[in-house]
Design a protein around this ligand. Structure first.
Ligand code: DGJ
Length: 730
């Protein structure tokens, strides 16, 4: 068992190489003691100590020690209004409208395995893979029974936390804040690393010193967002890719989130992460329960690289589901950048025909196939086939594509409605709105109120009708605007702040229905590119369209930043045309293929217009995808040269398979110069093995490659890339 509980109620939770310790302290308060590298069980009793306070800190009446204060101690799950003045994870407003909270230990349970969270996505584990601790704590004033869940993975350095609140009283109360985790660090040298961005520029790595006070990374857009990813790491100031402390926190949630970090006057750093609280409140009636989503926490004392690899492995094996989770995904060609809205079945078929000859395995028909949709101004919600565009219907096109030997995939944006649509004419009230207030449009569209069961039924039926009409094996599920005027006609005034969370729960329910009805389906999530690239989506869809920016050079940054938390196998990446449609940049066809190779590989261009030389390259790229698949998608990723650091003139990363017998290295020159150093030190190989560079035939030992490095040994132009395939020489 990887969870130890002493008689004096010290709890020690161990993963493969981390320990997490807290205890029941003075008066039943839950006090936090340690999170970091594994420590032995021998000193466990030593941890039942607490910090002492200065004279002016409030002291709970119940405690016997004059010097105990919740304002100074590192608390396991912080609450508001009773003497801990730092950021609070939980705030409950009682029936009288007073908001103060005070939770004390009641009981605990330890068991093997991991519970799922009702109605919400989460990592999963077998009885052998994980152990779980539940702590019950009670706020006697409100009757809020708070259960803290902790699961530790035995073969990983990951642990998860989530929280449940049950109303055990006979009066309703409001949960005003409920964060899923709270960790108090006794350290002064931490920095905050997070992934900020924008449309077409997702997940840039930013790292800041933590000043005294509070910093918040959040989304209030109703989705996890392009702007901030629900991932943050606290890292020691000396942390690099390969050394130092890195604590990662990733919320399994696709709605409003917040990670708040406070460095206080006692040099404690508190991190809380969960549902964003300013647009949240939940009325909990007697007997009801509320679950907060899961946070996945990973600690590494070998820098950011190991933290990322831990997330990658966990998400591939214990978050993604379904038959595709580890399987090679079909190489796809998507018609969006080839045709935008202007296509018919002949054009699509001509793309499929040419693509098939070159080794591409699936045609994805993007936006524009339904209703009267010829631009982004109309028809979202009208999910019936436009037979003027697809003459003979969808079934005929899909059959022709299947007859070529290719799969067929289709685009939906289920959660949306255009005011110009048949659906809006029939059900104007189905758009999220505040009666009497003007609708805020974005991309000419509104969001459907999927919290209404009849809306979910309508969407399920529409998708089912299309799915059952043809052999569709893939869905791209898009979402192209944030939520505004978040308000529900079904909720009473005192429950309107529940709306954002209810929206997310309704989305989960719809996704669940679809994946249950079509268990073989491969779903690719999308939100104007990577606006919902989060672990909640990966539970339903093992790949996500990483960004609408398909420029290979921009994609180097975007895919590098995304890899801080998410595995390559989840990142949709396509070769597109030049000049690139987003940036107008020209880059070599080879470069575009090399970058997309480190993602779920595909094309997004009019393949009928390629030159013969480019078509030959497509064939080579498709073969390479199959050849490298196992190493790139199931191997360990090592980031080697960051495009975010120094002069931003180069980038490199590599993947190594499990037995270190094969590696694939990616190197790019973004901005060349006369004296650009081309030596890159590799990582993750076996120092004692010899490796051959498959293309050149040169043989190197693992220690040379990792210590002296590999000399790319030629002059690169701007935007040139190389992929080096290394294989063990026996
Ligand atoms: C946004 C997506 O990110 C694009 O790939 C494309 O599907 C468009 N929507 C279609 O409207």
């Amino acid at each position: 068992m990887s969870i130890i509980v002493t008689d004096s109620k010290v709890f020690k939770l161990d993963t493969k190489d981390t320990s997490y310790i807290f205890a029941v302290g003075e008066g039943g308060f839950l006090c936090h003691y340690y999170y970091g590298a594994y420590i032995s069980d021998a000193e466990i009793a030593e941890f039942a100590r607490y910090e002492r306070h200065g004279a002016v800190c409030p002291k709970p009446c119940i405690t016997t020690d004059y010097y105990f204060s919740t304002d100074v101690n590192r608390m396991e799950y912080s609450v508001n209004g009773t003497g801990d003045f730092r950021i609070s994870a939980l705030q409950i407003k009682d029936a009288g409208g007073c908001a103060s909270t005070d939770i004390r230990y009641l009981s605990h349970r330890v068991y093997t395995g991991k519970p799922q969270i009702p109605g919400m996505p989460a990592t999963y584990a077998t009885e052998e893979e994980a152990d779980t601790l539940e702590i019950d704590a009670i706020d006697t004033h409100t009757g809020a029974l708070v259960t803290l869940f902790y699961t530790v993975f035995k073969n990983s350095s990951a642990m998860t936390r989530h929280v449940r609140v049950k109303n055990t009283s006979d009066k309703a109360f409001n949960i005003e804040r409920i964060y899923s985790t709270c960790v108090d660090f006794y350290a002064q040298d931490l920095e905050l690393l997070h992934l900020w961005g924008n449309w077409g520029k997702e997940r840039n790595i930013e790292r800041n010193t933590l000043n005294h006070g509070i910093q918040t990374i959040a989304s209030k857009r109703g989705c996890s967002s392009h702007n901030h990813n629900p991932f943050v790491a606290l890292v020691s100031d000396d942390a690099t890719e390969y050394s130092g402390d890195a604590y990662g926190f990733n919320l399994v949630y696709t709605g409003n989130f917040s990670a708040e970090i406070e460095r206080d006057s006692y040099e404690t750093t508190r991190l809380i992460m969960g549902i964003e609280s300013t647009d949240f409140s939940w009325l909990l009636a007697p007997g009801e329960e509320f679950y907060a989503p899961e946070v996945v926490m990973v600690y590494s004392n070998e820098g950011l690289g190991k933290m990322s690899r831990t997330y990658h492995k966990l998400y591939r094996n214990n978050l993604c589901r379904g038959p595709w989770k580890l399987k090679k995904r079909p190489i796809l060609i998507n018609n969006w950048e080839a045709t935008y809205f202007k296509f018919d079945e002949e054009k699509l078929y001509s793309i499929a025909e040419e693509a098939h000859k070159l080794g591409i395995e699936m045609l994805v028909m993007d936006d524009g196939w339904f209703g009267g949709r010829d631009s982004d101004k109309s028809s979202l919600g009208d999910w019936f086939v436009n037979e003027e565009k697809l003459k003979g219907g969808l079934g005929a096109l899909v059959k022709k594509v299947n007859d070529l030997g290719m799969k067929f995939g289709i685009w939906f944006e289920p959660e949306m409605i255009n005011p110009v649509s048949e659906l809006f004419e029939k059900h104007p009230d189905w758009a999220i709105q505040i009666p009497g207030r003007e609708l805020t449009l974005s991309r000419n569209q509104c969001v459907l109120d999927i919290t209404r069961p009849e809306v979910r039924d309508y969407l399920f039926d529409c998708i089912k009708t299309i799915m059952d009409s043809a052999n569709i094996e893939y869905i791209k599920w898009d979402f192209n605007r944030p939520l505004t005027e978040a308000c529900s006609a079904l909720l009473p005034p005192e429950r309107q702040k529940e709306y954002f969370h209810r929206y997310v729960l309704s989305l989960y329910e719809l996704l669940d229905r679809i994946t249950t009805a079509y268990p073989q389906i491969l779903i690719e999530g999308c939100a104007s590119g990577g606006g919902r690239f989060d672990p909640a989506w990966l539970y339903y869809a093992p790949q996500f369209w990483t960004s609408d920016d398909t420029d290979a050079i921009e994609r180097i940054d975007i895919q590098y930043g995304t890899s801080v938390c998410y595995p390559i196998s989840t990142m949709g990446a396509h070769v597109s045309a030049c000049p690139n449609h987003q940036t107008r940049r020209e880059s070599p066809f080879k470069t575009r293929g090399d970058v997309a190779m480190f993602g779920t590989f595909g094309y997004e261009l009019d393949i009928t217009k390629l030159t013969d030389e480019e078509k030959e390259l497509v064939k080579v790229q498709c073969e390479s995808y199959h050849k490298y698949f196992d190493v790139i998608h199931n191997g360990d990723m090592y980031r080697l040269v960051s495009p975010f650091e120094k002069k931003r003139d180069q980038a490199a990363w590599m993947c190594v398979n499990a037995d270190q017998s094969e590696a694939v290295v990616f190197y790019a020159v973004i901005k060349t110069s006369l004296y650009l150093p081309h030596v890159v030190r590799l990582r993750g190989l076996d120092a004692t093995k010899k490796y051959v560079d498959v293309e050149s035939g040169s043989v190197y030992s693992g220690d040379t490659l990792m210590n002296a490095g590999i000399n790319m040994a030629r002059k690169f132009k701007d935007y040139e890339t190389v992929i080096i395939h290394l294989k063990e020489v026996k």
